[in-house]
Each structure stands twice: as C-alpha cells, then as structure tokens.
Ligand binder design. Structure first.
Ligand code: NG1
Ligand code: ZN
Length: 545
C-alpha cells in the first residue's frame, strides 16, 4: 500500500542511530534529545495505529519533564487521557529498536496482531514543552502521523496535563470540557471562583502565592491562567524561563529531593510557595519559618489536605462514598500513619509510576492518588459523580448538605482527572486553604514528616535488583534484603528500600528514621550494601556528613 512506501521514504529522513536500544519506560522514552529523532517519527506512526485501533484521538507529548534541558522524551496518551495501555508499550519498544529496513515489517506485524483496519481514520494531538529540542522532535512526530495518512493537530507549547485534558475532551465529545487551552482555563477558573465564594473575606496577603515555574512551560501557562482568575489570586511567578535554565536548581524535583528553596525565588518567612516541574504535572508547596528553616509540603501532605477536605464534605453531604488514598513506597511513614489511624481512610500502596497509582485509584468511589514527589490527582467514579450531581439538584435537602454538594461538584470540575496537573492541583489546594481559612503552617502541622533521604547508586546492570511488595522488598540479589533489614534495626522509626529507577540508569535508595542524621546514615549504609551486592560501578558511595 502507498502508505508503507511513504513510511519508508520518510523514515530515511529520521534514521535510527546504529546499535541504539531504548525502552518505553514508566514515563515513555526518555534520554538525550539528540538520540530521539527516529523515536519521535516512529511514535507518530504508533499513535496513528493506536488511533485507528481505538477509533479515537490519541495524544503524543514531547517532554522530559523534570529531567535536564539536554534530555527529551515522549509519552503517548490513550483515549480518555490515560497513559498508553501497557500491552502497547511493548509495541513502542519494538518499533523504537527495529532496524530501518525492518520498520515496515514491524508495523505490519502490529497491524496484523491487533487486527487494525487501515482504512479507519486516525487523529493525533501533539504537544511539546519548552526545551530547545522540542520543536524539531514534535515535527518528527507530525511527520510520522502524516506518513501513515493520519490527521494531526499541533497544540504547540502546552503542559503535559493540558494535552491529556484535550484528548479526553475530544473523545468525550466535549462532555469533559472544550478541547482548547482557553476551554481548559475557563473550566478550571470557573470552578475556582465558585469554590472561592465559600471562603470568608481574604486579604491580599492570603491570596498571594509565589510560584516557581522551573523555567518551563508551567510558568507560561500559569501566567495565561492568571488573567482568568481575576482578583481571586495574586501570583508572583519566578523562574519563568526568561533567564534561567529549565529545571536547573529549581522546579518541584529539585526542591523535593534537595529539600531546599529553588534558586531565583525571593520570599519572606511564612510566605506560601509552590514549585512546578518542567512539564507542570507535579507540584510541591513549601515555606521558610522565622528561623530561616525550610518546610516542604510534598505529595503526601497534598493528598492529606485534599482527602481530609473531601471526607469532611462527604460527611456534611450525607453521602456514603468510599474514599481511598493511593501512595507508593516513597510516601512518608508519618503520612501513612496519619491517614490510616487518625483520618481512618483506606490507604493503598502501589509500585512507583503514575499508571499504577491511577489504576489503583479507579477501584474506589473517590481515589486520591499522589506520589511523594507531587504528581497526583483525584478520580471520581461515574457513580460517585452521579450521586453528587443528584444531591446538588435535590431541592429537598437542608442548607448544609446543599453547600457540601455544591462544593463537591466544583471540586470535581477543578480537578484534572486524566493525570496529575500542577495548575489544577494548585487551584484546588488554594481553594481548600481559603475555604478552611488555613495557613500553610497550619496545613504543615497536620502531621510531622519523618526525616528522610533519597540517594542514587550506579551499578553495572540495575536489572539485577528485583523487588516485591510494591517495591518495598528486594528479592534479588541474594542477601541484599537481609542486609537492609539488619541496617534498619539499628535506627528508631526506620524504614528503607531500594529499587531500580524506571527513568534513569541508577538504583534509588530511600531511608527514613527519627532524625535526619539517622536517615542520612541509614541511606548511606544501604547505598554501600547496594554498591557491594548489586555490582556498584565508579567510586564507593561517600557518607553525607
Ligand atoms: P523512577 O526514575 O522510576 O524512580 C521517577 C519518579 C517516579 C515518576 C517517574 C516518572 C521518584 C522516586 N521516582 O521514576 O515517581 O514520577 O520518575 O517521571 O520520584
Ligand atoms: Zn513532569
């Protein structure tokens, strides 16, 4: 067929470097931008096939999120705005690694296996972040779509969650919202102003929030959003990309891992601040106190704030809906303890990677999921949404129930249910703090984090580490888990685990304990165990102090 000739011709313009092998990981493909041109073209092809197969619009986002500016990456978005289904991740890996002269054969294999009707129309939405490599790489995606005869719409610069939202809007025929950036701002800002009506009069200081845009797309988009928020919020945007480098000493990942303020932000003690990551699908909050000490409010604190708010509203509304919080092994032990024992909500732990949390959250009426690093959202089942709508329309209920139903309704509208979204999460957090009349310090005081430390260890092959129990225990290499267990016993309130990263060629080590010194020492000792037992390369890990 003509399409395949075109694929061959175009594919020569996007050649695969000899010997390069890449894998579609937890965050799609991610590596140095200069290795990705052929991957982008081929993901354009795959998205076209996926669109034909699902008879729906598929999204392709060009970004490497919180990783350095020199890197790039690509993620596919399924019809309802979810991550690409895992069975197709294998096709992505096959297509990425197949030799140029085998490309058509690999495509034909996928078409046959999936029984794809090639006469079916295909539609692909494409978006990109602000990296200097993103323009040519997103063009390569568009070339791939065109080569297979698909239609594409180029959204240009958008946040990752904005593109997920567009795909969902399109495939629900507008039920989720209007598939434009304007439509996104309108939906979220309207919900925010409805929620803000329920806050008592706030001073300008209370409305003020400092935002670290990580020198990325989030800074541009939050500025666009600001004009829709009128006088409900006052934003100071730092690291807006006008000078600094993307994610360099700023952004959510830097702040969370280094547990310190980003560069380039000017704040006073007590000021409420937040950082986005490079594609604005993660957010963390923080402030400094009068002693100059830094206080981080990460994904766990965000999940606690949101789930407390929702649980209170459900009680007030008299709605019997099952709410759960989904976390990963990185969730601070104090947060899990507080959620289970004080709030008495169901807590579920899954493997790292948003898709695992997302799937687990779908099992409940209301599933709040957050990774400690600040990626998260809330999912409402269709049944839960229906019950909330019915109650909001019920004229025979008292004012308290009516108000709670109204707040729940607008909470649903402010949330981007397709994926974690820094802008949407920020608006929800700001609305909750305003409604509850809470300061960032009061929010922080809900529970105290156990001191913790995250480290990386380089090994020759990180796949030698196999884990179980949602990655909390290592099954291989032999002796590693026993070594970790023995080290953990030396410290109070201690916990530690190791796992191979899905996005970087490293083994990640996590430790928490009653003091920062103990957490640091434990993390170091566990790093040494990994280095010794799992084939460490380079210098032996050095102590932190
Ligand atoms: P890896 O590299 O597998 O640890 C990191 C994050 C994940 C997730 C992905 C995708 C940590 C410890 N890990 O994965 O939570 O966000 O990147 O970006 O933060
Ligand atoms: Zn991101």
């Amino acid at each position: 067929m003509a399409h395949f000739e075109e694929v061959c011709k175009q594919s020569d313009l996007h050649p695969k470097p000899a010997g390069l092998v890449l894998q579609y990981g937890t965050a799609g493909f991610r590596t140095s931008a200069n290795k990705l041109d052929h991957i982008m073209f081929r993901m354009g092809l795959l998205a076209t096939l996926r669109s034909k197969k699902t008879k729906a619009t598929i999204g392709v986002m060009v970004t490497a999120s919180h990783n350095p500016e020199e890197d790039n990456g690509v993620k596919l978005i399924d019809p309802l705005g979810e991550m690409l289904t895992s069975s197709w991740e294998d096709y992505a890996t096959q297509l990425a690694n197949t030799d140029q002269n085998e490309l058509v054969k690999t495509l034909k294999d996928i078409i046959e296996k999936e029984a794809i009707d090639m006469s079916q129309e295909a539609n692909v939405y494409v978006g990109k972040d602000t990296r200097s490599s993103s323009s040519s790489l997103s063009q390569a995606v568009l070339d791939g779509v065109k080569a297979l005869g698909g239609h594409s719409k180029d959204y240009g610069l958008v946040t990752t969650p904005q593109l997920h939202y567009m795909v969902c809007c399109q495939n629900t025929r507008g039920k989720y919202g209007e598939a434009t950036v304007e439509g996104y701002y309108r939906k979220l800002s309207q919900a925010f102003s409805q929620l803000a009506k329920n806050a008592s009069n706030r001073t300008d200081d209370q409305k003020h929030l400092s935002v670290d845009g990580a020198n990325g797309i989030g800074a541009i988009k939050v500025r666009e959003m600001e004009s829709h928020l009128k006088n409900h919020m006052q934003l100071s945007v730092f690291n807006d990309g006008s000078r600094g480098k993307l994610n360099h000493q700023c952004g959510a990942d830097f702040v969370k891992v280094q547990q310190t303020l980003p560069r380039g932000i000017k704040i006073n003690p007590g000021d409420r601040c937040c950082s986005f990551d490079g594609d604005a699908d993660r957010i963390v909050y923080y402030y400094t106190d009068s002693q100059g000490d830094f206080h981080l409010l990460d994904g766990d604190k965000i999940a606690t704030l949101i789930s407390t708010f929702l649980k209170e509203l459900l009680n007030e509304a008299g709605l019997d809906l099952k709410i759960a919080v989904v976390q990963t092994a990185y969730a601070n032990g104090s947060s899990t303890h507080y959620l289970e024992n004080t709030m008495k909500v169901i807590v579920k732990c899954t493997k790292t990677g948003v898709k695992h949390l997302h799937h687990a959250a779908q099992e409940f009426d209301i599933g709040v999921y957050f990774e400690a690093n600040g990626h998260g959202t809330v999912l409402f089942s269709d049944g839960a949404e229906e019950k909330i709508q019915q109650l909001a329309n019920d004229t025979n209920i008292n004012d308290e129930r009516k108000k709670a139903a109204f707040l729940l309704q607008n909470t649903i509208n402010i949330i981007n249910q397709t994926v974690g979204d820094a802008i949407s999460d920020m608006l929800l957090i700001e609305a909750i703090l305003a409604i509850k009349g809470m300061t960032v310090q009061q929010w922080d005081a809900i529970y105290s984090d156990l001191p913790n430390r995250q480290l990386k260890v380089k090994v020759s092959d990180r796949r030698v580490i196999d884990t179980t129990d949602s990655e909390r225990r290592a099954v291989t290499p032999a002796g590693l888990q026993e070594a970790i267990d023995d080290l953990v016993k030396k410290y109070e309130k201690a916990r530690s685990f190791v796992r191979p990263s899905g996005t970087e060629d490293v083994v990640r080590v996590y430790a928490e304990a009653d003091t920062q010194e103990s957490a640091d020492a434990l993390a170091h000792e566990v790093s040494l165990a990994v280095y010794g037992l799992a084939g460490g390369v380079g210098d032996e890990p050095k102590p932190l102090h």
